[in-house]
Design a protein around this ligand. Sequence first.
Ligand SMILES: [Zn+2]
Length: 99
Amino acid sequence: MKNKSFPVAVNICGLAYKVERVPYKTVDAFTSATIVHEEQKIYVNEAISDEKARIALLHESIHGILSNGCFERENQDEILVQHLANGLYQFLKSCPDFI
Ligand SMILES: [Zn+2]
């Protein structure tokens, strides 16, 4: 993982979202990252480690996927979203050539 560059864009259900590492952005209760659907952007705090940033990007992408599918109740469940992000990160880390 160390040698891989951090993604600058991701595809969420057919929509291209730009990814930016930022020092700080006041959007909602911003901590590690936030997704702004209107801008099709995901902002990730540049102060956190690469590993935490990748999990945060997965977390926000899962929010985007759930929102796109109108799973609003699940989308509000931060514990579910974080659990999926952690699980997917560990899965992908264990087999980087999966896709
Ligand atoms: Zn969240």
